[in-house]
Design a protein. Structure first.
Length: 415
């Protein structure tokens, strides 16, 4: 049974200055190893959680919870469908959109773009577009003005500013699907936006819905509807149920499907990184085992004296397990503190390294965002610290049982 004195002895062993300085050095390395492993793992998990949060936020910022898309690519009676969808419980807002592709050019610069026609007053209900563009920029999207709003990176690539003129070229097809001469349209830049995701900032062009319908020859039809639900988590199931209820040959694409492969890869990488970085803690645990074995060798007579005074084998095991636990606890706490600080300052550190080495650590073409986010989750920190403590205790098992198996009679009388 646990008694207070094993903890007292364990603390004495941890704090004592041993004659064997190498053993003390190994003990220090063990604590530092656990601290480094825990801190690195906390920072990595925080950054990956931050990536997941920011990508989700940006995806839901410029995209609705779900898209209702007709199978034939065009929805004719969309006003009636919008009215019917708004009457369904759980639906917060619905807005139509037109989507197409084309080429924007100015002088010798040419960029492929995705063109979206929207109704600004309806779009603000289904997406967070107002947060990124602002009311003043949205107000420039007036039908019949041939005015567009484009991403900041796209504007920089084309070297345009507000008020400049651009030429938009879109493909054209006849009734049989045969290609005809492309359409050209002169447009004016009404504003720019910065989302923080490359696919929007470098490719997206917004224009009024009526202008996009005329540009692509759609008449009064639209490409689909955006839907926002009151419950984000329930959106995937609600979207498919809504599409079936509305009919019109509609299919549903919910927000989890927009970048499904990316989210799956991110979750897989998070698990893999956890396993890899736990190996750093495992190396520190081996150091704890070596340190405890040297301690047992050094304290043979002390252990024998404790046994002769009535200490049981279970008490000796508990004594050394407590010492391993104390070392692990110290390393885990220090690692948790340094990891939390590193996660908080992750963006600052990344920018410093980029400026120092002249490299681009956060490429928006690859990672969707152009900064390093971090989200420190208490569950992740506790999971990492618990793993470190478990490995520290496991590493102490063999030395503890070896100490408990010492014969007190032989140990006391040995030279």
């Amino acid at each position: 049974m646990f008694q207070p004195w094993p903890l007292f002895v364990a603390l004495r062993y941890v704090r004592s200055r041993r004659r064997n300085r190498f053993a003390g050095f190994v003990s220090l390395v063990s604590v530092l190893g656990i601290t480094l492993g825990v801190a690195a793992l906390v920072i990595v998990l925080a950054v990956m959680s931050g990536f997941e949060r920011e990508v989700t936020r940006h995806v839901l910022g410029m995209s609705a919870h779900a898209l209702l898309v007709p199978q034939d690519g065009a929805l004719e009676v969309w006003p009636e469908v919008v009215t019917a969808a708004r009457a369904v419980a759980g639906v917060q807002a619905v807005s139509p959109y037109v989507r197409g592709s084309g080429l924007l050019s100015r002088k010798s610069a040419v960029q492929g773009v995705v063109i979206e026609g929207i109704v600004p007053e309806l779009e603000t209900g289904t997406t967070a577009i107002l947060d990124y563009l602002g009311a003043e920029t949205l107000a420039t999207l007036v039908p019949g003005q041939n005015r567009i709003v484009l991403g900041a990176e796209l504007a920089r690539a084309l070297d345009v500013a507000i008020g400049d003129k651009l030429t938009l070229m879109v493909p054209d097809f006849d009734e049989r699907g045969a290609a005809r001469a492309p359409r050209y349209e002169r447009l004016e830049v009404g504003g720019t936006f910065h989302i923080g995701m490359h696919q929007y900032d470098a490719r997206l062009v917004l224009m009024p819905l009526a202008d996009a319908q005329a540009l692509f020859g759609l008449g009064q039809t639209v490409s689909g509807l955006r839907v926002r639900f009151t419950d984000t988590d329930a959106a995937p199931l609600a979207a498919h149920s809504l599409a079936q209820a509305l009919g019109q040959g509609l299919g549903a694409i919910d927000w989890t499907q927009y970048h499904r492969n990316f989210f799956i890869a991110l979750e897989s990488q998070k698990r893999i990184m956890f396993v890899i970085l736990v190996l750093i803690i495992a190396v520190a645990a081996f150091n704890i085992a070596a340190n405890m074995i040297m301690l047992v060798t050094e304290k043979v007579r002390d252990i024998a004296i404790l046994r002769t005074q009535g200490a049981t084998q279970a008490t000796i095991v508990m004594l050394f397990l407590l010492q391993g636990l104390l070392i692990g606890l110290l390393g885990a706490m220090l690692g948790g503190l340094f990891g939390a600080w590193g996660a908080y300052e992750s963006t600052t550190v990344a920018r410093f390294v980029e400026s120092l080495l002249g490299v681009d650590l956060i490429n928006a073409d690859v990672y969707f965002i152009d900064y390093l986010p971090a989200e420190l989750r208490l569950t992740d920190v506790l999971q990492v610290m618990a793993s470190a403590l478990a490995l520290a205790v496991l590493a102490t098992l063999y030395p503890a049982f070896r100490a408990a198996s010492i014969d007190p009679a032989r140990a006391v009388h040995q030279d």
